[in-house]
Design a protein. Structure first.
Length: 172
């Protein structure tokens, strides 16, 4: 029969150990005894915090580092003219797949953007608008955390139309 005692955090005299959890168990002679889990000083706590920081910092550079777009993708040309038809189709696809993070006008202020730890790209910025259609197509296709890949949710044609729509966000 195992009974859980109320966990404590208290310093044990002279040992430098702290009790973090206690419970009752029966020993080999069938006597009930208290057993407590302890840790010695701050060393283990510092180690745990350091490991947590290491894992968190390993994941962070994934988004801060520049995109590594293949050369072949950079030169890819949009097969659709930026006409009214393509822009209208792109707007509809954008509303479905992009607007929740990038916002109605592509400013990175969508309803889901505030829930993300990373800043959502402003699609109207000169940085985005200065990229080739091929680069933007590749980024939409491949995604990068927190942005999902669109290869399985959007056809190639829909992605090209979205690019034509994104071009309407350019600051004039």
């Amino acid at each position: 029969m195992k009974t859980t005692l109320k966990p404590k955090t208290e310093k044990m005299e002279g040992s430098g150990e702290k009790t973090i959890s206690c419970f009752r168990v029966f020993n080999a002679t069938n006597d009930m005894v208290n057993r407590c889990l302890t840790y010695k000083g701050p060393a283990k706590l510092i180690l745990i915090v350091a490991l947590a920081f290491l894992f968190a910092s390993a994941a962070a550079p994934q988004h801060r580092s520049p995109w590594k777009v293949p050369e072949s993708a950079k030169e890819k040309k949009n097969p659709f003219a930026a006409d009214e038809s393509s822009i209208t189709r792109g707007k509809e696809s954008y509303k479905t797949e992009c607007m929740r993070c990038h916002g109605k006008n592509g400013l990175g202020d969508g309803t889901s953007s505030e829930k993300l730890s990373e800043t959502v790209a402003d699609l109207s910025s000169s940085e985005v608008q200065g990229q080739t259609d091929g680069i933007i197509f590749w980024k939409i296709s491949e995604g990068r955390r927190p942005m999902p890949t669109a290869k399985s949710t959007l056809t190639d044609d829909q992605r090209w139309d979205i690019i034509n729509y994104i071009r309407t966000f350019a600051k004039k």
